[in-house]
Design a protein around this ligand. Structure first.
Ligand SMILES: [Zn+2]
Length: 191
């Protein structure tokens, strides 16, 4: 049988972090680096953010994301540890209710890069909500507390139709160890 989605390849599974934002009472995933909201039951598609002015200055023609010689595309890392490291360097958005990590399916055009991949299309595969900030606030790598009860965050994210886990962890290090210990099982999301 011929596939009806010719650009759909076997998805790769990478790791990402998201800020959780409250949009009129609905909890939504938002990229860390940009204000890109990931919608439930809808793929997120990449666009290159270089403008028509910036691209030629960087010696690049306008292009579809991702392009090898650019840095565009939806980024995901091979390991949870690398995502956590990256996440630590990016402050949580001031109005975000929490920051979570998860596995993400990547497909379409996928460019391999040092830490993982940059893809043209993506959708969350499994979400891990750290139950953070319950103690040891001054511990190195302490995770910021959620601004809503953790169960409310997890329930809100169920809109994405993929497994949502609550992970007891007060610090980035603990979270990394918990994620490594658990099976990385991507769950089915079918369009
Ligand atoms: Zn680009």
């Amino acid at each position: 049988m011929v596939s009806q989605a010719p650009d759909l390849i076997e998805p790769r599974i990478g790791w990402r972090a998201w800020d959780v934002v409250d949009l009129d009472g609905a909890l939504r995933l938002c990229s860390l680096a940009f204000w890109t909201v990931w919608l439930p039951r809808s793929e997120t598609a990449a666009t290159c953010r270089r403008t028509h002015v910036e691209a030629p200055l960087a010696g690049l023609p306008w292009h579809e994301a991702p392009r090898e010689s650019c840095s565009c595309g939806i980024h995901a890392t091979r390991t949870a540890a690398r995502t956590l490291e990256f996440s630590r360097g990016v402050p949580r958005k001031p109005d975000a209710v929490h920051r979570i990590v998860g596995q993400v399916s990547l497909w379409g055009r996928v460019v391999e890069c040092e830490d993982g991949w940059r893809a043209s299309r993506a959708y969350p595969a499994r979400l891990h909500v750290p139950a953070a900030g319950t103690g040891r606030r001054l511990a190195p790598g302490a995770l910021a507390a959620a601004r809503l009860p953790i169960e409310t965050v997890a329930r809100g994210l169920a809109d994405y139709g993929v497994p949502v886990d609550i992970v007891e962890a007060a610090t980035t290090g603990e979270l990394g160890r918990r994620l490594r210990a658990g099976p990385a099982r991507p769950a089915g999301y079918s369009r």
